[in-house]
Design a protein around this ligand. Structure first.
Ligand code: GLN
Length: 482
């Protein structure tokens, strides 16, 4: 069975009609992993023992006519910075190699309760720092559409797994685009919910004021279903929002005629690949044909977003990553040496180049004398960016942009120049700085057959509207636009 052609919904229907057993599906999932993943390399850890045990139990429940959850028996992949009890959580880093989590993230717990079956943990840029998954300390994940190209990052393993059919659904995390970027490069759907929508309990912190867990799937409907399961208040996360979760799936087919869509002029300037531009313009025409009103809008502080993001994210990272000291987690080097030397050796050999660069940048931005000039200034810019969006959402309901300025780039093309890698985040990071929900959906391919992503953003906690607008694009054939 080819998981590439099957959706979660269809799978659950097949189980219900007894046309297929969960054990059969889990067996073919691992078969596909064996066949495909030696090239794609999406997974760091596989959990077949638990998966088969859960499949067996689920089959029994289904056979006995028990009511099962909406994701019963659906194979999911989890980014390896999200904790699962008794499974290793590496964050793609040597410093956590072999570290086994003592508890399970709330999002994973909720998926489990809905019947989903975790098949493994996926590769990522070390501590989710990157846009290509090349910063993993272990290996590079490849784009299933072209193995010489990156899958995007940092949730590259999760996106590549869904796109190559080695899982049906996946979780990623998005601090500055890490769900939407790989979704765009791998031709799948990626959703970053509003800040606070999904509990961060069990998500290893990178930049706590920006981090959100998000979903990857082949269709908007599947992501809507997953979000319905994982969103909602959790007392284990003090930043989790006590906001009602709408019936995302049920609302998908509500009409979108007269929805006002804003297209920010600042997102269509230099550096935007002409083929990406023309597909996004064709995407806009799909919305016109669906009766939406397209308006040009302005988000004037966009040009400062990269600078603000790379100050705030690195400042928070430098403080969050202080906990990896050789005492509390994973790796310890020079255990018999003096304490300072043990810290130094552990961090020196445990962290990769990009992580060190960010710790240095962040520590600098927070140091006495530079704090006001860099960190506080960046926070002020963040407020201005949020205000741009607030003003825009007085006039429009959703905002439409390309997800990235280009299609997937070649492996090693940008590794020598970190700045060029940072610049690829220009369209995705504003959403995190403002705490808004964002989605990337496929919008055709370029002349080389590489996927292009269209991004929609909505106001805080307007996921339901955003998903509906995305779903109807898909229904109108926008994903396969020529
Ligand atoms: N590419 C961005 C970065 O490197 C975003 C990463 C993310 O969202 N985790 O920081």
């Amino acid at each position: 069975m080819n998981l590439k052609d099957i959706t979660a919904e269809k799978l659950v229907g097949l189980y219900r009609n007894r046309d297929l057993t969960v054990t059969e599906v889990i067996t073919s999932t691992y078969g596909e992993i064996e066949r495909i993943d030696k090239d794609v390399r999406a997974f760091i850890t596989l959990c077949p023992l638990r998966a088969f045990e859960e499949a067996r139990r689920m089959d029994e429940r289904i056979a006995s006519g028990e009511t099962v959850g909406p994701l019963a028996g659906v194979p999911v992949a989890i980014k390896d910075n999200i904790a699962i009890r008794d499974v290793q959580t590496t964050c793609g880093s040597r410093i956590l190699e072999g570290y086994v989590s003592p508890y399970t993230a709330t999002a994973v717990e909720r998926l489990h309760r809905a019947g989903a079956i975790v098949i493994g943990k996926t590769n990522l840029d070390e501590f989710a720092m990157g846009s290509s998954t090349e910063n993993s300390a272990f290996f590079v994940t490849r784009n299933p559409h072209d193995l010489n190209r990156v899958p995007g990052g940092s949730s590259g393993g999760s996106a590549a797994s869904v796109a190559s059919g080695t899982s049906i659904l996946a979780l990623g995390s998005d601090t500055g685009g890490s769900v939407r970027t790989p979704a765009s490069f791998c031709g799948v759907v990626g959703v970053k919910p509003s800040y606070g929508r999904v509990s961060r309990y069990g998500l290893v912190a990178f930049a706590s004021s920006l981090d959100q867990i998000g979903t990857l799937s082949k269709s908007v409907r599947e992501s809507a279903q997953m979000l319905e399961v994982i969103c909602g208040f959790d007392h284990f996360d003090s930043t989790s929002a006590d906001q009602a979760v709408d019936e995302f799936v049920k609302n998908l087919d509500q009409p979108i005629r007269d929805v006002r869509i804003g297209v920010p002029k600042e997102y269509f300037i230099g550096g935007l690949d002409p083929e990406v531009k023309s597909k996004i313009e064709a995407g806009i025409r799909v919305y016109e044909s669906l009766g939406c009103h397209i308006q040009e809008i302005s988000l004037p502080h966009t040009e400062y977003a990269i600078a603000a993001y790379y100050l705030i994210a690195t400042a928070e990272a430098s403080s969050n990553l202080a906990r990896y000291d050789g005492v509390r987690y994973g790796l310890r080097k020079a255990g018999n040496a003096a304490l300072q030397e043990m810290y130094r050796e552990t961090r020196h050999s445990g962290f990769g180049k990009e992580v060190k660069r960010r710790i240095l940048l962040g520590t600098y931005a927070l140091s006495a004398g530079y704090y006001d000039a860099y960190y506080v200034k960046a926070l002020k810019v963040r407020t201005l960016i949020l205000r741009d969006f607030q003003q825009a959402f007085e006039r429009v309901d959703v905002i439409l942009t390309p997800t990235l300025p280009t299609v997937a780039f070649k492996i090693a093309e940008k590794t020598a120049d970190p700045l060029s890698m940072y610049l690829s985040d220009i369209f995705t990071i504003t959403c995190n700085l403002a705490g808004l929900p964002g989605i990337s959906i496929p919008c055709g391919k370029n002349s080389e057959g590489l996927p292009i992503g269209l991004q929609l953003m909505a106001n805080h906690f307007q996921e339901s509207l955003m998903l509906r607008v995305a779903h109807q694009f898909e229904k109108a054939g926008g994903c396969n636009i020529n």
